[in-house]
Write a protein that binds this ligand. Structure first.
Ligand SMILES: Cc1cc2nc3c(=O)[nH]c(=O)nc-3n(C[C@H](O)[C@H](O)[C@H](O)COP(=O)(O)OP(=O)(O)OC[C@H]3O[C@@H](n4cnc5c(N)ncnc54)[C@H](O)[C@@H]3O)c2cc1C
Length: 412
């Protein structure tokens, strides 16, 4: 039996704990928070095999620069004199090309479908987290964006992803109960969604049942290393020993990895979400409002609206009202019957997506520290890819052949 400590109790850390405990390991999760909120809770809950094109892609820099000058746009980079930011931007620039997209699409698709299979398995026993397979509508209301979405949809179709191309009338037929102002949509039929808050509760109760120890308000401060192995974790709650360690601390991993002499490129991409409850009319299928990159997810009693990606630092918890207005305006344009008001700041959730400059997550055994596995940098797909990432982490630690090829999911 292996004794494993996971640093970071977000969805990636908890899924890793789940599959390691299933393999019979003795697992402890430590997290500096109270394990009740954070990026893995307030996100849009979409499971997206449709997302085969990584964030680093041709044209993204040009579009990003245009958005930087629009206060309500979905994207912003907070200027800072930081070496981490500069080196991340250089890497991002290097990866934003067609060659990178071509070699990323199949590995991403495989990781996504593997993850969805695991979600289906998890939902079989007790679907208390509202897992539903209704697909995802990429709604657009301009010809230009429509063309881009259709082009992406055709590439996805070639890779075996189930796609429907809908015109205005077909969108209407699908979403009968609510008016949708869209020229058309690309319907990714194999996408799914769930309630992230409920999924995190489900994971924690399963981990409790399996005897996994979860220690909240426990910050990793440093490591004791000898012979290229971590001997002990030094935390504010004492020192911990184990055979294996998992680093699942999102963009905080950069500073933590530095203590081990490991260079990671991950920056926080701040995003917002808010729920509107008891709507008289609401969409039934999750959607992305493409012109504003706004995510709309219907849950039982509420609809969650989320968006914006502000590359910033982990201390920047400010809610930017202009960007929130951008979200609200797009929702009211696409779904005029909902009539969303600008939410009060205190009702707005924010989270930091861990963004790598490749747009691909890191799932690897460290090349420098023999008993360390890294699982971080899942950006806007952390929920979608969590079960697969957790399962792969457990396979790496148990020295099993990984279920899928991990060569594109490396830090270097
Ligand atoms: C608005 C928005 C919408 C999104 N929608 C979706 C979606 O629809 N689908 C999807 O797949 N993804 C979505 N995402 C992305 C998804 O939420 C993230 O990719 C995912 O939550 C990242 O999980 P994680 O476990 O890597 O990080 P986190 O959940 O951030 O967990 C990392 C943990 O590490 C802990 N930690 C940090 N430093 C230390 C330390 N020194 N010691 C101990 N613990 C430490 C932190 O406290 C934290 O709990 C969205 C994100 C946002 C912001």
């Amino acid at each position: 039996m292996k004794n494993v400590i996971i640093i970071g109790g977000g969805i990636i850390g908890l899924c890793s704990a789940y599959y390691l405990a299933k393999e019979g390991s003795k697992v402890t999760v430590i997290d500096k928070s109270d394990l009740l909120d954070g990026c893995s809770y307030g996100n849009a809950g979409m499971i997206v095999p449709s997302h085969i094109i990584p964030m680093a892609q041709p044209g993204v820099i040009h579009q990003g620069i245009k958005w930087m000058f629009n206060a309500k746009s979905p994207f912003y980079i907070k200027p800072a004199l930081s070496l981490d930011l500069l080196s991340w931007l250089v890497q991002f620039y290097k990866n934003s090309n067609q060659n990178h997209v071509n070699k990323s699409m199949v590995p991403l698709r495989n990781l996504s479908f593997f993850s969805k299979e695991l979600y289906q398995e998890l939902a079989k026993s007790t679907n208390e987290f509202g897992y539903q397979e209704k697909g995802l509508l990429m709604l657009y209301n301009t010809e230009k964006v429509g063309e881009e979405e259709i082009k992406t949809g055709k590439i996805a179709e070639e890779l075996g992803i189930e796609v429907d191309f809908l015109d205005q009338q077909e969108v209407k037929k699908l979403e009968k109960n609510i008016k949708v102002n869209a020229l058309g949509a690309v319907h990714y039929k194999s996408d799914a969604h769930l309630s992230p808050n409920h999924f995190m509760s489900f994971l924690k109760s399963e981990l409790n049942l399996m005897g996994v120890k979860m220690i909240s308000n426990c910050s990793l401060l440093n490591f004791k290393v000898s012979n290229e192995k971590i001997e002990e974790l030094i935390t504010n709650k004492g020192n911990f020993k184990a055979d294996g360690f998992v680093l699942a601390t999102s963009s905080w991993s950069v500073e933590i990895a530095k203590k081990l002499g490991i260079k990671l490129y991950i920056l926080p991409g701040k995003g917002y979400s808010f729920n509107v409850e008891n709507l008289l009319v609401k969409p039934t299928i999750p959607s992305i409002l493409c012109e504003g990159k706004v995510a709309v997810t219907p849950f039982n009693n509420a609809v969650r609206f989320g968006g914006t990606l502000e590359i910033t630092n982990n201390n920047d918890t400010k809610i930017n009202i202009k960007r929130l207005q951008g979200i609200v305006e797009k929702v009211n344009q696409f779904y005029p019957e909902i009539k969303v008001d600008l939410p009060e700041k205190k009702k707005v959730w924010h989270g930091f997506r861990p963004c790598t400059p490749t747009g691909l997550p890191i799932i690897e055994k460290s090349q420098k520290i023999k008993n360390l596995t890294i699982a971080a940098g899942h950006a806007m797909m952390g929920l979608s890819l969590a079960p697969a990432s957790g399962k792969l982490v457990s396979e790496l630690i148990m020295d099993k052949k990984p279920s899928i090829d991990l060569s594109e999911f490396r830090s270097t």
